[in-house]
Design a protein around this ligand. Structure first.
Ligand SMILES: Cc1cc2nc3c(=O)[nH]c(=O)nc-3n(C[C@H](O)[C@H](O)[C@H](O)COP(=O)(O)OP(=O)(O)OC[C@H]3O[C@@H](n4cnc5c(N)ncnc54)[C@H](O)[C@@H]3O)c2cc1C
Length: 405
């Protein structure tokens, strides 16, 4: 520790004191709570509702994330090992042309390109681990009404309870209450799309390949599931189409998905419940919206799921923040927070811009631009060095990604 600061003192019986108070126990908040507790710090984690594991009718949770090798490594360093479906290859193709992009783990120099993990299973595993740390207090059904600042602490007022902490970390998702209470409005970019997420059973096995096909009105991804013929689907599309496809009879939906994916895995034979989500990209700035308050995960930014980056960016935030706070006596005062805010805002802006650009380029429908796009994709696919660099960046292992966390 750099300097000695007096411990925070409880001022009323309804108060709890801590070095860190994390608001939101989703994937990012729960993992960060473990990372900080392992440093021996006093941590409070406030969550508004207890997580409940939901497996779909086909035996796999509907909401999934693609964990990058960098995220997997960080979680493994916290002794969190998640079993998911490994991605060994990726095949990107489109409806309006013949150019394809192929990536595999060998060229990235990694054992695999990532793992498809059920959100609920990951949260479940993280929550199982939370109870192992006596210096970590979990508060369930926690509300947040008001944030008050003093010179040496920030006070989080719920209904009938208060947490006095050195640093409040918002990990409470895209509609962050912490952010709202600091008076910060994120900058929003409407993508004009909704995502339809589900799980399907396919005729052919996925063999660890993730497919992404760009259709005229948005990309559809088929991601390896936990059984050889189970596949997670994330289909980005205009809202009217998403609602129409959500309401289709099972057989009609399976036929439409088979056509949309050019039957790359044969016929789609069965489908689970279909969930839809509006796709809005957003950036919250500043990432330190008030003294001793910092934003992480989806509270800091939301990116289009087309590159499967969302929670990986959240884990990058968590890893950097945990590292910066490791040696500071008063984490709320640390100069390192400025560096966190600078690096992570830069990374958020870069990825939101990249996702908008990709969405724009794949939205071209006129013959000239379509030809240009196909020529560009073919060129990239032939350049092994360019492909290698793109892949390493997407996996969170390239120099640009590493410099931002
Ligand atoms: C269709 C779709 C597909 C996606 N696919 C991928 C993918 O393949 N790869 C990827 O990396 N990302 C993907 N994402 C994004 C990913 O799901 C998010 O980035 C991730 O869930 C963010 O995690 P988080 O912990 O920051 O927030 P959340 O998961 O939103 O968790 C926030 C937590 O805070 C709690 N909370 C909220 N308010 C309060 C409060 N006031 N007090 C206490 N607790 C509170 C909530 O109950 C919740 O538990 C996808 C998103 C969508 C919509």
């Amino acid at each position: 520790m750099s300097t000695v600061v007096p411990p925070l003192e409880i001022e009323s019986s309804s108060e709890l004191c801590s070095d860190f108070c994390i608001v939101g126990g989703g994937m990012v908040g729960a993992a960060l709570a473990i990372a900080l507790a392992r440093q021996g710090r006093q941590v409070v984690l406030r969550e508004k509702q207890a997580p409940a594991f939901k497996s779909g009718t086909l035996g796999m949770g509907i909401r999934t994330v693609a964990l990058s090798p960098a995220s997997e490594a960080w979680l493994a360093g916290l002794d969190i090992r998640i079993s998911g479906a490994l991605i060994h290859r990726m095949h990107v193709f489109e409806a309006l042309g013949t150019a394809v992009l192929d990536f595999d783990a060998d060229e990235a120099g990694t054992a695999h390109l990532g793992a498809i993990v059920e959100n609920d299973r990951l949260v479940d595993e993280l929550w199982r681990q939370l109870s192992q740390y006596p210096n970590l207090t979990v508060q369930l059904d926690a509300s947040l009404e008001r944030i008050e600042h003093t010179a040496e602490a920030v006070l989080l007022h719920g209904t009938g309870d208060v947490v006095r902490t050195r640093l409040c970390i918002a990990a409470d998702g895209a509609a962050s209450t912490v952010r709202r209470l600091t008076g910060t409005e994120p900058q929003r970019f409407d993508t004009g799309q909704w995502a339809l997420a589900t799980v399907v059973r396919t005729e052919k096995p996925h063999e660890g390949c993730a497919y992404q096909r760009f259709l005229e009105d948005g990309p559809v991804a088929l991601l390896p599931g936990i059984e050889p013929d189970l596949v997670a689907v994330v289909w980005s599309q205009p809202p009217d189409q998403a609602h129409r496809r959500q309401a289709l009879a099972h057989g009609a939906f399976c036929d439409e998905l088979s056509r949309a994916t050019a039957s790359v895995l044969g016929a789609v034979k069965a489908v689970d419940q279909r969930l839809t989500f509006p796709l809005v990209q957003q950036i919250s700035a500043p990432l330190l919206p008030a003294p001793r308050v910092v934003l992480t995960g989806d509270a800091a930014r939301v990116v289009h799921p087309l590159a499967g980056m969302g929670v990986n960016l959240g884990f990058e935030d968590a890893a950097l923040l945990a590292d910066l706070c490791r040696a500071s006596a008063d984490p709320g005062e640390d100069q390192g927070l400025q560096s966190y805010a600078r690096k992570r805002l830069w990374r958020s802006r870069a990825l939101v811009t990249l996702m908008s650009t990709l969405q724009g380029i794949y939205g071209w429908r006129q013959p000239g631009p379509v030809w240009l796009r196909n020529a560009g994709v073919r060129f990239v696919n032939r350049q092994s060095l360019v492909r290698h660099q793109l892949l390493r960046e997407a996996l969170g292992l390239g120099p640009v990604a590493v410099a931002s966390h």
